[in-house]
Unconditional design. Structure first.
Lengths: 61, 250, 221
C-alpha cells in the first residue's frame, strides 16, 4: 500500500499530475452547475416580479 | 437550401435544453466510470515502465487531455461556423461553452506534461519541444477567443465576431502543427522520447484507451451542461423558460 | 480592379499626408531591436544566435502597432459604413487598404532590416535569405493583423486584445522565417521554408480579405 503511494519515488510527480487534472475536472463540473443554478434563479426572480428579466450582459466563464 | 427537420429542431433553444438535459447524465455516468476505471487500471494494475518507472503512469492522463483539448477547439470552430452561416443562437452557445472547457483541458495537458517532464527530461519546461509549443499556442487560441468574446457588450456581435476568429483559428491549427514539427527537426536539443508512439504494449494500451474515451465522454457531458447553463443565461426572460420554471415550481 | 486602385491611391495619399506617422512603426522597430541587446548579455556569440530572430519579432510587433487602427479612422468618420452600404466588393477595398499599408510600412522595414541584421553579426548569406523571407512574410502578417483590426474595430479597447488574437496565428510565419534565416546562416538549404512562406502569403492574400470583410460587416452592423 505504501509502495502504491510512493510510486517508485515519483510520488510528487504522479500525484500532482493526477491531482491537478482531477481538481480541474471537478472544478469544471462545480462551476458549471453553479452558473446554471444562478441563471435559473435569476430567471425565477424575474418572472416572480412579473416582468421579463433584462437581457443579461455577455458574461464569460 | 432545404434542411432536414432535425436541423431546425436543433436550432430551438428549448428543444436543445431538454435534449441536452436528457443526454448529459448518461454521458456523465459513462465518462466518470470510464475515467475511474482507467485511472485505477493505470495507477494500480498496469506495470511500471521499463525506463521511467512509475512516472510513466502520467501517460494515462496527459495525452488524453491534450487530444480532448484539440477536439474541443474543432467543436468550437464547427459550432461557430454553423452559427455564423445559419445564424443559429444555439450553435453559438455551443461554441461559447466549448471554449473554457477546452482551455481547461489544454491547461491540464500543459501542466501534466511539464510535471512529467521534470523527472524524465530533467526539466519541467522545454521550449524546444514542438508539442509543448503547439499546446501552448492552442491555449492562447482559446484564451484569445474568450478574451474577444468578453470584450463585446452585445452578445450577438460577440458571437459573430468570435465565430470568424474561431474559424480562422481552426484553419491555422494544422499550419501551426506542421510548422512546430518542422521547427523541431532543426532544434539541436536533447532527444525527446516519443511516448505514446506506435509501440505501446497491450497492458498499457488498454487503460490508455479507457481514459481516452472516458475523457471524451466527460468532455461532452460537461459541454452539454455548460450549454444548458449558457442557454438559460441567453434566454433570460423568454417565455419557454418562464413556463418551464413555473411548471417545475412545487 | 478599378476600385482596388482607387482605394489604394486614396489610402496612400492619406498616409503620406501624415508622413510623420509613417515613421512611428519604423522607429518602434528600431527601438524594439535595441531592447534585446540591453536585456541580454551583449556578447557576440549570443547576439549572432539571436540575430536571425530579432528582426522578425520586431517586425511582428511594429506591424501590430501600425495596423491596429487600420479601420478605426474610417469606421469613426463613417466612410466605412458608406463602403459597407455600397454594392462595391468589400474584399477588394480591404485588400487595397492592406496593400497600401504594406507599401507604406512593410516595405520601408525591409530597407532597415539589413542594417539591423548586420549589426547582429548576421552573415551576408543569411541576409540574402532574411530579406526575401520578410518580403514574403510581411503580406501575410499585414493580412493577419488587419484581420485582428477588423475583429476589434468596434471595440474601444481593441488595442489591448488584438495582440492576443493575432500573435498565435502569426507563429508559423515566425517559425518558418526566423528558422530559414538561421539555416542560411549555417549554410544550409532554405528553399523549403521560403516556399512555405510564399504559399502562406498566397493563402492569406486570397482568403484573408473575405474574412476581414466579414469581420468588418459584423463589427459595424
Amino acid at each position: 500500500m505504501r509502495e502504491f503511494f510512493y510510486m517508485g519515488g515519483y510520488a510528487p510527480y504522479v500525484w500532482s499530475a493526477y491531482g491537478i487534472t482531477l481538481a480541474a475536472l471537478v472544478l469544471n463540473v462545480w462551476w458549471i452547475r453553479r452558473l446554471h443554478r444562478r441563471g435559473l434563479e435569476q430567471a425565477r426572480n424575474a418572472s416572480d416580479e412579473g416582468e421579463p428579466a433584462p437581457q443579461a450582459r455577455v458574461r464569460q466563464l | 437550401m432545404k434542411l432536414p427537420v432535425w436541423f431546425h429542431k436543433l436550432g430551438s433553444p428549448p428543444y436543445v435544453y431538454a435534449l441536452a438535459g436528457k443526454l448529459s447524465p448518461w454521458l456523465g455516468a459513462i465518462g466518470c466510470t470510464l475515467i475511474a476505471v482507467g485511472v485505477f487500471w493505470g495507477l494500480v494494475i498496469a506495470p511500471p515502465d521499463y525506463l521511467q518507472g512509475d512516472a510513466a503512469r502520467i501517460i494515462y492522463i496527459h495525452p488524453q487531455t491534450a487530444y480532448i483539448g484539440m477536439q474541443a477547439y474543432v467543436v468550437l470552430a464547427v459550432a461557430a461556423g454553423i452559427g455564423f452561416i445559419w445564424r443559429l443562437k444555439v450553435a453559438h452557445a455551443v461554441a461559447a461553452s466549448a471554449a473554457p472547457i477546452g482551455a481547461t483541458f489544454t491547461f491540464c495537458a500543459l501542466a501534466t506534461g511539464s510535471i512529467w517532464g521534470a523527472p524524465t527530461w530533467g526539466t519541467f519546461w522545454e521550449w524546444g519541444d514542438p508539442r509543448i509549443m503547439f499546446e501552448l499556442l492552442l491555449l492562447f487560441l482559446f484564451l484569445g477567443y474568450m478574451a474577444l468574446r468578453a470584450a463585446f457588450d452585445d452578445r450577438e456581435k460577440a458571437d459573430r465576431v468570435s465565430a470568424i476568429l474561431g474559424v480562422v483559428g481552426v484553419v491555422n491549427v494544422p499550419i501551426i502543427h506542421y510548422s512546430v514539427l518542422w521547427w523541431n527537426t532543426l532544434h539541436q536539443g536533447p532527444t525527446i522520447m516519443q511516448l505514446g508512439a506506435p509501440s505501446m504494449t497491450t497492458d498499457m494500451l488498454i487503460p490508455f484507451l479507457i481514459t481516452m474515451f472516458g475523457f471524451m465522454f466527460f468532455f461532452y457531458w460537461v459541454l452539454l451542461d455548460r450549454l444548458r447553463a449558457e442557454i438559460v443565461e441567453r434566454e433570460q426572460g423568454a417565455r419557454w423558460l418562464r413556463e418551464l420554471l413555473a411548471g417545475s415550481r412545487p | 480592379m478599378d476600385l482596388f486602385l482607387i482605394v489604394l491611391k486614396r489610402d496612400l495619399k492619406l498616409a503620406f499626408r501624415r508622413w510623420s506617422e509613417l515613421a512611428n512603426p519604423l522607429l518602434f522597430f528600431m527601438i524594439v531591436t535595441a531592447m534585446f541587446p540591453l536585456a541580454l548579455p551583449p556578447n557576440t556569440a549570443q547576439l549572432q544566435a539571436l540575430g536571425a530572430g530579432i528582426p522578425w519579432i520586431a517586425a511582428l510587433l511594429s506591424s501590430l502597432l501600425a495596423l491596429e487602427a487600420l479601420f478605426r479612422s474610417d469606421a469613426e468618420d463613417g466612410s466605412m459604413e458608406q463602403l459597407l452600404l455600397s454594392p462595391a466588393p468589400l474584399g477588394s477595398v480591404v485588400l487595397a487598404k492592406v496593400a497600401a499599408h504594406w507599401i507604406v510600412s512593410g516595405v520601408p522595414l525591409l530597407a532597415l532590416v539589413p542594417a539591423v541584421a548586420l549589426s547582429f553579426y548576421l552573415p551576408v548569406e543569411a541576409l540574402a535569405v532574411l530579406v526575401p523571407a520578410l518580403l514574403l512574410a510581411t503580406p501575410t502578417i499585414s493580412i493577419l493583423v488587419a484581420l485582428g483590426a477588423a475583429l476589434t474595430v468596434s471595440l474601444k479597447s481593441g488595442a489591448s486584445v488584438i495582440g492576443l488574437l493575432v500573435l498565435p496565428l502569426c507563429s508559423p510565419l515566425l517559425i518558418f522565417g526566423a528558422r530559414a534565416t538561421d539555416l542560411a546562416a549555417n549554410g544550409e538549404a532554405t528553399a523549403g521554408p521560403l516556399y512555405l512562406l510564399a504559399s502562406l502569403a498566397v493563402l492569406s492574400v486570397s482568403l484573408g480579405p473575405i474574412a476581414i470583410a466579414a469581420a468588418l460587416k459584423v463589427g459595424l452592423e
